[in-house]
Write a new protein. Structure first.
Length: 248
């Protein structure tokens, strides 16, 4: 998994809101370790040079850049956990495998362990649920991990063939989240690409956002994804929704 500049910008806004409205010290759960695919200047612009100076650089950077299709990138690859520490956020990472060596092994196809429920101020999903065959359970788990007042910061493909097992339709979010004690704060279609500049060796991101309808039929550009931010406002017993058009 990975955090790109556009996702990180959205995440920073949520962090700022959470710290203002709740408390300065936050607890975050990440669904798989997200490699920080953001160039140094973009990090400085989002946070500050003081924050970036605190970050450790991963020694396996070349391997990770190549894994994400960015072979030859000369940018330093900053450690994601170091960024969260600098922001005074406790980060716990779960995954079905130990990709970076610090994950707690949790299978999101299965019900969430009790000691992960209602614990976190932030749940960060940069694109994990679609890789779980039992996708509805995985998405429910991401919601159940949040404390009341916590924020789900979610990305998923809506038109990417063979990226994962599943693409998400926008109607999932108001139907499931609306039935289960959540308020949707933000929803947008995203089309982006990452590449390496041949001259500078830096990673660069091209981004386009587009409006999406949660209920009407519409055509999507290929390789598009969705960003969703939702706040848990009530602790209600979670249930599977009926699609809106079939409700009485």
């Amino acid at each position: 998994m990975a955090i790109e500049a556009s996702y990180l910008s959205m995440l920073k806004k949520v962090i700022d809101i959470a710290k203002k409205n709740q408390k300065s010290h936050l607890k975050a759960l990440c669904l798989a370790y997200p490699d920080l695919l953001v160039n140094r200047q973009a990090l400085i612009n989002l946070f500050s040079e003081g924050i970036v100076s605190q970050l450790s650089i991963r020694q396996d950077a070349d391997e990770i850049w190549a894994w994400h299709g960015l072979k030859g990138c000369q940018e330093p690859l900053y450690d994601t956990e170091a960024l969260f520490r600098a922001l005074d956020i406790d980060l716990e990472v779960i995954d079905i495998v130990s990709a970076r060596g610090n994950e707690r092994i949790v299978d999101l196809n299965m019900p969430l362990p009790d000691n992960l429920r209602l614990r976190f101020d932030l749940v960060i999903d940069t694109g994990t649920c679609e890789h779980c065959f039992n996708v509805a359970q995985a998405f429910m788990n991401s919601c159940q991990a949040l404390a009341i007042g916590g924020y789900l910061v979610h990305a998923a493909p809506i038109n990417k063939c063979n990226h994962g097992f599943w693409n998400f339709c926008p109607g999932v979010y108001p139907d499931f989240l609306g039935d289960n004690g959540f308020e949707i704060i933000y929803m947008s279609g995203i089309l982006f690409s990452l590449s390496v500049c041949k001259q500078s060796g830096k990673v660069r991101e091209e981004l386009k956002t587009f409006k999406i309808s949660p209920f009407d039929r519409f055509k999507l550009p290929t390789e598009s994804i969705i960003y969703v931010v939702a706040k848990r406002v009530n602790n209600v017993p979670m249930r599977w929704p009926v699609q809106r058009k079939y409700r009485q």
